[in-house]
Design a protein around this ligand. Structure first.
Ligand SMILES: C[S@@+](CC[C@H](N)C(=O)[O-])C[C@H]1O[C@@H](n2cnc3c(N)ncnc32)[C@H](O)[C@@H]1O
Length: 266
């Protein structure tokens, strides 16, 4: 599978930073009832799994990922945190080893953006959801990035990530499409809520956790491939990164919007 981000150690640390910075924004309304069966599809190294397990201690969570090394890391993370309500399995969303209608709820976060066929993935997942069960999907949308001071080179650097992800079959601007793709996959009662991360210097934790360690780190991560593929020259890219870092100064402002969708199998 071609993949823009997700498999190297630096990226795993970034996903952890992102998850812990955004816990309230993304998870404050995700609680599953006691005894319910929950499937987390594409759990990666368990960055969201920890919060799912913590928020719903009496739900039974099954977390799957196509990458066996990520599953090993996720399992270690959950064991270290002391949660016993998660079981892990290496599996492909397009070929899941479960009985149809096995789950009351499905949670899928930052996965659809990497798939060539997100609607097909959602249709596959729907098979394993009980009628009336919910799917929760969270995705970002790089087109929602704006900041002060504005910087055209920063936008060009961000576009490199968008183009690379598109080249790998994904879509870094998928957040805005959650409603239509869930609809096309046959889900009903679809509710999408935009979750904006707004950062200025009065929120130092977000300056560090989101602008620096999450967003800028992600764009920095595509420097080499962007230059190698001729998408940008080194100077413009580095000036773009400096422009992003500039937004962390005392007068800087940074905005990014995630989209969280909850829908039902009718
Ligand atoms: C960006 S990571 C997100 C991980 C985690 N959900 C999070 O929010 O931190 C995307 C994950 O989707 C997994 N993935 C991609 N395609 C998959 C597939 N067909 N089946 C299962 N997992 C898949 C990748 O291995 C990767 O761990």
């Amino acid at each position: 599978m071609k993949y823009v981000h997700g498999y190297n150690q630096r990226e795993n640390i970034r996903l952890q930073d992102q998850a812990s910075t955004l816990v309230d924004l993304l998870h404050s309304d995700t609680f599953y009832e006691d005894g319910s069966e929950v499937l987390e599809a594409g759990c990666g190294v368990g960055a969201q799994t920890v919060t799912l397990a913590c928020n719903s201690p009496d739900a039974h969570i099954t977390s799957i990922d196509i990458s066996s090394s990520s599953i090993v890391e996720a399992r270690e993370r959950i064991e270290k945190a002391g949660y016993t309500n998660v079981c892990f399995k290496q599996a492909d969303i397009f070929n899941l080893p479960f009985e149809p209608e096995s789950f009351d709820h499905i949670f899928v976060c930052f996965v659809l953006e990497h798939l060539e066929q997100p609607v097909e993935a959602l249709k596959c997942l729907k098979t394993f959801l009980k009628v009336g069960g919910t799917i929760t999907s969270i995705e970002g949308d790089h087109g929602s990035t704006y900041f002060y001071p504005d910087n055209q080179d920063s936008h060009k650097a961000i576009q490199c990530q968008v183009k690379l992800q598109k080249g790998a079959g994904g879509n870094a601007n998928i957040g805005r499409e959650l409603y239509p793709i869930l609809d096309r996959a046959g889900f009903c009662v679809i509710k999408v809520s935009p979750r904006m991360v707004y950062v200025d210097s009065s929120r130092p934790q977000l300056v560090e956790g989101f602008i620096k360690n999450t967003f800028t780190a992600m764009i920095e991560g595509v420097r080499e491939s962007s230059i190698n593929q001729g998408l940008i020259d080194p100077k413009t890219f580095d000036d773009g990164i400096r422009g992003l870092s500039r937004t962390t100064e005392s007068d800087g402002v940074f905005c990014y919007t995630f989209f969280k969708a909850i829908a039902r199998r009718g």
